[in-house]
Design a protein around this ligand. Structure first.
Ligand code: SF4
Ligand code: SF4
Length: 439
């Protein structure tokens, strides 16, 4: 049987908030939990200065739905592996609050699911393509169910980011992210990368300070004299940070590894299904504000595609495949990344792969999908079901579902009239012709 993917196009009305709520019902996501269950709503609160992440009111709309169906929701995200603005619980909470993710805006607690420094986790077995177990954030593993809200967009390491990435990276603790990024894998990890310290230019490098300060266990460091760069793999804990600065040629990843890293997301995504139970996880993908990079970046760039709409499903592979298919059918937005000089594969054209060819290196957008199918995360075979418009008052603010707003305030405006003093107005001093002519 084909997996069902429910879809609402991007045009208004209704709003994206309401479309997500409507799809929650159409896709039967309330069946993922029972009354009184604790329901994790996994969302990405965006990095410091990022502007592409899901707006808090979109998430709040799903919080309302979970409450309406009797669940006990909490919204959560996890600490990052690399050293930026969401590295610890405190830093993540500060970033989330600056981006508008607070209990006051979401309507339920916002928590860091892997705790203080990202080690609050549960080891979960998985029969994966690249590993046998990983570490899932404890608050997610302990929940009774989860609704994964994913902003569908590009991703510098995964090619794209959607439901598979939201589970495979977003639900892992910091330690789980070391596993998923394969950094300490015996044959694919940092130990397999070529090391060329002679290529380091020392203090002439614009990110010299970062290379000097960022390794928290002094396993990568610079000295005053040539060769400047040094590393000690015995001490390395696989935080990926030095591996992200490979443009200088000091660290060279073996050819082909860029296709393997996104595939490994699927192993951890499967581990999340293992620990929660497949029937307890639902997915909503928002293919809007489609940036070339992840919301983990401290910027968002021009959107590469027009908004394509909202998708919902109980099948993690089907929902990402449906998004990718629609992405590929669409032409790119002018002056966005696919149009940058030298991009192979003509990614700006309708009918061409959009994410494979827009990153620093070619990363197949199918790698995550193929790996996820192999580990049993879902199906490629899907049916796209277009959502029907909701009754007009169904998703209004609860107070206004039975009576329109004016009904509630009639007494106040009988006591105090809106009518301004007649002397406020004057006869018009400008004609319509004067107003509409180009200056
Ligand atoms: S290792 Fe590379 S990135 Fe780091 S300081 Fe040297 S040249 Fe710059
Ligand atoms: S050497 Fe290891 S611990 Fe240090 S920055 Fe590189 S990956 Fe991280």
């Amino acid at each position: 049987m084909k997996a069902k993917v429910y879809w609402f196009d991007a045009r208004a009305p209704p709003s994206y908030v309401e479309k997500g709520q409507r799809l929650f019902e159409e896709a039967g996501l309330a069946e993922c939990f029972n009354k009184g269950d604790s329901v994790a709503i996994k969302a990405h609160c965006g990095d410091w200065n990022n502007t592409g992440y899901l707006r808090p009111n979109i998430v709040a709309g799903i919080v309302e739905m979970v409450k309406e169906y009797g669940g006990e929701p909490f919204v959560c995200d996890t600490t990052t592996l690399y050293w930026r603005t969401r590295i610890t619980e405190q830093d993540l909470l500060k970033t989330a609050a600056r981006n508008g993710y607070t209990e006051a805006t979401l309507g339920c607690p916002f928590i860091v699911a892997d705790g203080d420094i990202g080690l609050n986790d549960v080891k979960v077995d998985v029969d994966g393509n690249f590993f046998r177990s990983t570490y899932i954030a404890r608050s997610i593993a302990n929940a009774d169910a989860m609704i994964a809200l994913s902003h569908f967009k590009g991703h510098g390491m995964g090619s794209f980011g959607g439901a598979i990435k939201n589970l495979g990276i977003g639900c892992c603790s910091k330690r789980g992210k070391v596993v998923t990024h394969l950094m300490l894998h015996p044959t694919l990890g940092l130990g397999s990368w070529e090391f060329h310290p002679e290529k380091c230019v020392g203090k002439e490098c614009p990110v010299y300070q970062r290379c000097t300060e960022d390794c928290p266990v002094d396993a990568f460091w610079l000295t005053e004299e040539k060769p400047y760069a040094h590393r000690d793999l015995e001490k390395c804990m696989g935080c990926i940070d030095c591996g992200m600065r490979r443009g200088c040629g000091v660290l060279v990843r073996p050819l082909g590894h860029e296709q393997i890293y996104p595939a490994a997301f699927a192993d951890s995504a499967r581990a999340v299904l293992n620990v929660l139970g497949e029937e307890h996880v639902g997915f909503i993908n928002y293919a809007i504000d489609i940036s070339p990079e992840c919301d983990c970046a401290g910027h968002s760039d021009n959107w590469i595609l027009p908004n394509l709409g909202i998708f919902a499903s109980k099948d993690m592979v089907a929902i990402d495949k449906a998004c990718l298919d629609m992405v590929d059918e669409s032409p790119a937005v002018p002056n966005s990344r696919p149009f940058d000089e030298g991009k192979p594969g003509e990614p700006w054209m309708a009918g061409h792969e959009k994410f494979t060819n827009i990153h620093a290196v070619v990363i197949s957008q199918w790698s995550q999908i193929n790996a996820a199918v192999r580990v049993g995360c879902g199906s490629l075979d899907y049916e796209l079901v277009e959502a029907s418009p909701a009754p007009s008052l169904r998703f209004m603010m609860p107070k206004f579902r039975n009576h329109y707003p004016g009904y509630w305030d009639r007494r106040k405006f009988r006591l105090q009239s809106l009518r301004p003093d007649p002397s406020c107005y004057r006869e018009p001093r400008m004609t319509v012709e004067e107003l509409i002519k180009k200056p």
